[in-house]
Design a protein around this ligand. Structure first.
Ligand SMILES: *[C@@H]1O[C@H](CO)[C@@H](O)[C@H](O)[C@H]1NC(C)=O
Ligand SMILES: *[C@@H]1O[C@H](CO)[C@@H](O)[C@H](O)[C@H]1NC(C)=O
Ligand SMILES: *[C@@H]1O[C@H](CO)[C@@H](O)[C@H](O)[C@H]1NC(C)=O
Ligand SMILES: *[C@@H]1O[C@H](CO)[C@@H](O)[C@H](O)[C@H]1NC(C)=O
Ligand SMILES: *[C@@H]1O[C@H](CO)[C@@H](O)[C@H](O)[C@H]1NC(C)=O
Length: 952
């Protein structure tokens, strides 16, 4: 009986499990069917959406979990059609991003409210229309709701107030009408969104007053953007209760009434834009808005008032706009000393008295516009370097001819010069040159910054480019470089800039690449530096998924046929001549090809490399000392080729770098390289012992450095204990090696690939810089002395300026060296776990604290004995100087060496001791008790690899 009972139970459980399985596969099938239905209403789908299982990993833009569809991200695929109600069946869907598909039209189906797991609903920049269905209020898990840049009409659904998890609410740039919904009784409203940080409602047709109850002190909003609407009434004083606010825009509405005085309490606001309304009354004292960077009150009906004195106390101010604001009296002198001040626009007021600007003013100043005021006298120190506009002032009536600032001038502030990248590079049609001169089909689009706090200059844009690039690379997107062009401020007060993102390693992005890039911007995963404020991105259509333009070929044929005939004729004429010259050239090239052709190892021939202290090896010799390049002797490899360890008959250990056939250079280049390397002798540089140029081999022979790389030592892999003193001595040694390359080698050598993997340690822990001068050493040098070959280097160490401009100077090595110094402090790789060492240190750092408050990011080994860390802060200061964004602000290697010598002396060491091992006993200064490196053999464990390679 009992047995039977268990049997029945087992059967039931089995049946139950089977049912679940059927149910799951059933539901999965439903997902597939829903997707099928969706695709029937869409055109221009990715080709991969044809066959097989949507969850089988091959459908671009589909993410699954347990055979259920959880994500549809198809941003920027140029999809067309409508969104069908079948979508609602995808009950596990969490992310839906269809942004930038400008041919998606029609309404949002109300059934979308059934997707109760949805967290991100992102439909930026499509052509959806109709009302936003009330059912969006049922999407309780929603965190991101971005419906901006569509054609939605009707009212803002009050039900959005139910979305308690909402972080981001963006309905900007639609045709929404009606008033702003707030709760009353059982009706929800936007005032309930106490967890939401972003209210973006700009560029709609919202009307009526701003409800008092829209804001209260429970809210945590940071961006409140209601610009470019038709709002009336006054700005409620409840706004002043939202202390978290950072950007506030109510400009370009029809607001009236007095400004509430308590907005002066909003001490976190960076951007306050209230221009182009009909605000009245006095301008309140805003000196409590300590973070204010952009203040725009232009074109209102304020009471006539003296130029407010409190403006000069706003120490973060970069942009002040108070055009046509009934200002009177004179401008206080201290006004222009605000340290970051860039732009001051005060035209069309009644400012009188003397306008004076002496020799001290903000170094950032770009523009002062005081046209059409009542200024009677001007004192300006000569040599000022900003744009000054004073036309239509009494003073200028008498001086119109003689003074340029008295002429009516074009408004210079609305478009900016941007960076020239690679101007001379010519690319095949539709391809564009990247900043580092590769032709490709970039992903492009426009950034629209809706509340920028400063309008910047090309340095800002350069920094932004670097920021975008770094972030995209940290997100692991296959991006080579980015470029910003065509920056301007439009009629809505938005800062627009065109962005091009270039693919890495190939000349186009595939669909996965485009979708991921577009999502980074549509989901706001990329966050720009603070001064740019909130943005939207508008992607351009991308059509080069296969590396070709789709429409291109057809026009090509038509045009081709038309001009084909005439070109054929021309070609025939040219062909004869061309063949003749080709022949001649080939002959000449052959003669030039091999400079070693008449050269024999005994050194009596003609074109002998001029070697100093390096010798020639035959292939047989090298084969002998490496057991015929046996695998056992192979100690590393890289893009350049393989590296072998060997022992010469005299017992000397050598490292042989044997280039692969593919990576061989011309023999002339090889000869030059060998000559140059043989001339470089410094105890902190790995020494070239010789080379082999024999039977098609191009091989360099170096001294063997037994203790491996600095990176291995820092990571603890090599077993060498790197205490603070050793780190100082290794830093000093490698700095001296580099200084030699920059200042004493003839010609000077820029290393191009400084990293902890290229600094080797010998048996006395003397630092030896490796891998300098390899390949492209003689890259074409232009008139300015810049080396202008391909960007070489390793991510994380790469100088951002070099990356963007492709102009290589010694300062690029200084940057990389700074990164190595930060590695000394943290024992972390420059990019580790998606974090960039320079940023980490800067963020963690507090100069008022001991050890600059860096314990958290420091190598734990250093933290255990902080009393030893003499000169630590100076060391960090120096490292950060080296990694300044702009080369001109970085020290030279000579200066770096001097400063490290100074730190080494502070630490009680002799900077001229010849290794990282302390050569003198000392106590007191740092309480150290050091042993000679040889006295404790357990400190060392021999590491068999010596990466004289170029890990790619
Ligand atoms: C803010 O408004 C919400 C919704 O109207 C309300 O629940 C909350 O109590 C208010 N908080 C304060 C401090 O008034
Ligand atoms: C400037 O204007 C103010 C107010 O309109 C007036 O009181 C003052 O006298 C004027 N100063 C000069 C120098 O004209
Ligand atoms: C303008 O001159 C000031 C002071 O003479 C200087 O500090 C500043 O760097 C200059 N700015 C520019 C953009 O050249
Ligand atoms: C798309 O490009 C990425 C990176 O370039 C690559 O890893 C991936 O395999 C490509 N996908 C397809 C389907 O070609
Ligand atoms: C979307 O962006 C937010 C940050 O803005 C980020 O936390 C989130 O992980 C992103 N979503 C996805 C799926 O990457």
């Amino acid at each position: 009986m009992r047995v039977l009972g268990y049997g029945m139970m087992g059967l039931r459980v089995g049946l139950f499990l089977a049912l679940i399985c059927i149910r799951i596969s059933d539901i999965a099938a439903q997902d597939a069917a829903a997707l099928q239905a969706l695709t029937e209403s869409w055109g221009n789908l990715p080709p991969s959406w044809n066959t097989g299982d949507p969850c089988g990993n091959s459908w671009e833009g589909i993410t699954c979990r347990n055979s259920r569809i959880v994500g549809i991200t198809l941003a920027n695929m140029d999809l067309m059609g409508q969104l069908s109600g079948d979508l609602a069946t995808l009950s596990e869907l969490r992310i839906l991003d269809l942004s930038y598909n400008q041919r998606l039209t029609g309404p949002l189906p109300p059934s979308i409210g059934q997707l109760t797991r949805l967290t991100n609903l992102i439909l930026v920049g499509c052509r959806f229309s109709g009302r936003i269905p009330n059912s969006v209020g049922s999407l309780e898990q929603l965190v991101y709701l971005s419906l901006n840049e569509n054609r939605f009409t009707g009212e803002v659904p009050a039900s959005i107030g139910n979305l308690r998890n909402l972080y981001w609410l963006d309905l900007a740039d639609n045709q929404l009408t009606g008033s702003i919904p707030v709760s009353s009784g059982d009706t929800p409203g936007l005032d309930l969104l106490v967890n939401t940080k972003h209210f973006h409602f700009g560029k709609n047709r919202l009307s009526g007053p701003i409800p008092r109850s829209l804001f209260n002190s429970s809210m945590t909003l940071i961006h409140v953007l209601f610009d470019n609407n038709e709002l009336t009434g006054s700005i409620p004083s409840t706004l002043g209760l939202v202390r978290t606010l950072e950007a506030v825009r109510f400009d370009r509405n029809s607001l009236s009434g007095d400004l509430p005085t308590n907005i002066g309490n909003l001490s976190n606001v960076n951007e306050l834009v209230l221009s182009n309304n009909a605000l009245t009354g006095p301008i309140p004292d805003l000196s409590g808005m300590e973070s204010l960077s952009l203040l725009d009150l232009s074109n209102n009906s304020f009471e006539a008032t003296e130029v407010p004195r409190w403006i000069a106390t706003l120490q973060s101010l970069t942009t002040l706009m108070m055009e046509e604001t009934s200002l009177e009296g004179s401008i206080p002198d201290e006004f222009f000393n605000i340290p970051q001040l860039q732009i001051v626009r005060l035209r069309n007021n009644q400012i009188n008295g003397t306008f004076g600007i002496g020799s001290s003013y903000s170094s950032q100043l770009q523009l002062i516009d005081l046209q059409n005021n009542s200024i009677g006298a001007v004192t300006v120190a000569p040599g000022y370097n900003f744009t000054l506009m004073l036309a239509d002032n009494p003073f200028c009536q008498d001086n119109r001819v003689s003074l340029s600032y008295c002429n009516i001038q074009q408004n210079p502030g609305s478009s900016y010069t941007t960076l020239q990248s690679c101007p001379d590079r010519r690319c095949p049609s539709e391809q564009i040159s990247s900043p580092i001169c590769n032709c490709a089909y970039p992903f492009t689009g426009t950034f629209i910054f809706r509340a920028p706090s400063s309008f910047g200059n090309s340095n800002y844009f350069r920094a932004l480019q670097v920021d975008i690039l770094r972030r995209l690379q940290i997100f692991r997107l296959p991006v080579e470089s980015v470029a910003i062009r065509d920056v301007d401020v439009d009629e809505f007060g938005y800062l627009n800039m065109h962005l091009a993102v270039f693919p890495a390693g190939i000349d186009y992005f595939n669909r996965t690449g485009v979708i991921s890039l577009a999502f980074v911007f549509s989901n706001q995963t990329y966050k720009p530096p603070e001064e740019y404020g909130p943005y939207v991105f508008r992607a351009d259509i991308y059509t080069h998924f296969e590396g070709r333009s789709r429409d291109n070929s057809r026009t090509g044929i038509i045009v081709g046929a038309a001009i084909g005939a005439s070109i054929l004729l021309l070609l025939l004429i040219c062909a004869g001549g061309y063949a003749y010259f080709q022949k001649k050239r080939a002959k000449k090239a052959k003669q030039q090809a091999n400079p070693f052709v008449s050269w024999d190892p005994q050194g009596t021939g003609g074109d002998v490399p001029q070697l100093k202290g390096a010798r020639f090896f035959t292939l047989e010799e090298l084969q002998k000392c490496t057991h015929n390049f046996s695998e056992a002797n192979n100690i590393g490899s890289g893009g350049y080729g393989k590296v072998y360890k060997g022992i010469l008959p005299d017992g000397q250990m050598i490292a042989i770098k044997r280039s692969q056939h593919g990576s061989m250079q011309g023999s002339r280049e090889f000869k030059n390289e060998v000559e140059l390397l043989s001339r470089v002798h410094h105890k902190n540089l790995v020494k070239l012992v010789g080379f082999c140029f024999d039977k098609g081999e191009q091989t360099l022979v170096y001294e063997f450095i037994p203790n491996g790389t600095l990176m291995e030592s820092l990571s603890g892999k090599s077993g060498i204990r790197m205490d603070w003193i050793r780190r100082l001595m290794v830093t000093l040694g490698s700095a001296r090696g580099l200084q030699y390359l920059h200042e004493l080698a003839d010609p000077p050598i820029i290393h191009r690939d400084i990293k902890s993997n290229n600094i080797l340690l010998d048996e006395r822990l003397t630092a030896k810089v490796a891998d300098f001068g390899l390949s492209k050493l003689f890259g074409d040098t232009d008139q300015k002395g810049y080396v202008t070959t391909q960007v070489k280097g390793t991510m994380g160490y790469l100088d951002p300026e070099y990356f963007m401009t492709n102009q290589l100077t010694e300062k690029s090595d200084v940057f990389s060296f700074g990164v190595v110094m930060l590695e000394m402090v943290t024992a972390r790789q420059p990019i580790q776990d998606g974090k960039y060492i320079v940023k980490e240190i800067k963020e963690a750092m507090d100069r008022t604290k001991d050890l600059y408050n860096l314990e958290r990011v420091m190598d734990t080994m250093l933290v255990t004995n902080t009393s030893m860390l003499v000169g630590f802060e100076k060391f960090v200061d120096l490292a950060l100087k080296c990694v300044q964004d702009e080369g001109m602000y970085r020290p030279t290697m000579g200066e770096v060496v001097k400063e490290i010598e100074h730190i080494v002396k502070l630490a009680g060491m002799n900077p001229n001791a010849d290794s990282a091992a302390p050569s003198q006993t000392y106590d007191g200064v740092s309480g150290g008790n050091f042993s000679h490196p040889y006295s404790d053999n357990s400190l060392f464990s021999y590491s068999g690899t010596i990466p004289l390679t170029r890990p790619e």
